[in-house]
Design a protein around this ligand. Structure first.
Ligand code: SF4
Length: 317
């Protein structure tokens, strides 16, 4: 089969080609936007539901049914990735879903993209233990920057989160990756980077990724650092890799352009070039589809250094 995703799916999206995870099918377990943080750079917009409540946000049986419907056709995928409109470990049944994938579709690797804020909870740790990759975020070495950049739920404590990461590393033997998002003027100072480096040394992840603003973030005043700066920081942190701009490549087929584009830009702002790569169509054609959706008022757009990004209209913040 080709990798065409039926636009009627609600909880699965993509597949998105990614340098880090190959061809990755997204699973979105939260209503937009539900998270423990409200990061200033978040590409999904402001966190409407800032919460620590763990529950079944979307019906797990329906997610399984969409996964079965799609995966039983044997699509060419490398990863099934829990990510999307918020923090996936807030979903109480994420562990059931990971086990379900490992039992029924062992040919696919499973990744969880989490901000790591709930890994202090032993039950949350246990739920994600069977994932092949767990990627957590660590953007601050100091409480001040944690509050400024990540704008956490009021009951989250940075020290507890870091203890959670250290504890998780002790019991998790698969791939633990940490992503550090650098914001110009905030966590790009030597003193902050030294603190981040010290924490990373204790946590001991298998990989460190460095990222900066590339898509429209929640706050328009957030600025990226230069890629050369990221390269310097990567050298300083040792073993770190820079997430290069336009982290999409590869070829997928898809005919239901409208449904696919809406489902993709709902989770992640995209340029016409991004969409052309994901859909395996030429860039002009991608732009034509995007502009039509824009003219119909279905999506909106904004200019960034890397180009014009299209995304779903966000509720007034
Ligand atoms: S970037 Fe991730 S952790 Fe931060 S608010 Fe967005 S979804 Fe939540």
């Amino acid at each position: 089969m080709d990798n065409k995703l039926n636009s009627g799916y609600r909880y699965i999206f993509g597949p998105v080609p990614s340098r880090r995870l190959g061809t990755s099918l997204g699973v979105d377990l939260l209503p937009a936007k539900t998270c423990t943080l409200d990061c200033i750079y978040c590409e999904c917009g402001r966190t409407g539901n800032l919460t620590l409540e763990i529950k079944e946000y979307v019906p797990v049986e329906k997610v399984k049914s969409e996964l079965t419907d799609y995966l039983s056709q044997g699509p060419r995928l490398d990863f099934v990735t829990f990510s999307g409109s918020g923090e996936p470990t807030l979903h109480k049944q994420i562990g059931d879903l990971i086990r379900f994938l490992k039992c029924e579709y062992p040919e696919y690797s499973v990744a969880v993209l989490t901000n790591g804020t709930l890994l202090f909870d032993p039950e949350v740790r246990t739920r994600v233990l069977d994932a092949d990759v767990v990627k957590v975020s660590l953007d601050a070495g100091s409480v001040e920057n944690f509050i400024r950049i990540n704008r956490p739920h009021k009951d989250l404590e940075m020290s507890k989160i870091i203890d959670g990461l250290i504890g998780f590393r002790k019991i998790y033997s698969n791939q633990l990756w940490v992503e550090v998002f650098i914001v110009k003027g905030l966590n790009d100072k030597d003193i902050e980077l030294k603190k981040i480096k010290d924490i990373l040394k204790i946590v001991g992840p298998d990989r460190i990724h460095l990222n900066t603003l590339d898509r429209p973030g929640t706050e328009t005043w957030v600025e990226p650092v230069e890629e050369s700066f990221l390269t310097d920081v990567a050298g300083y942190l040792r073993n770190a890799r820079v997430v290069h701009k336009s982290d999409v490549s590869g070829k997928l087929s898809g005919k239901d352009f409208r449904g696919f584009i809406i489902s993709t830009v709902r989770r992640r702002p995209c340029t016409a070039e991004d969409v052309s790569r994901i859909l395996n169509i030429n860039e002009n054609n991608a732009k034509k589809h995007l502009d039509k959706l824009y003219e119909n008022g279905e999506i909106t757009k904004t200019s960034m250094p890397r180009g014009v990004f299209y995304f779903l209209k966000r509720e007034k913040e």
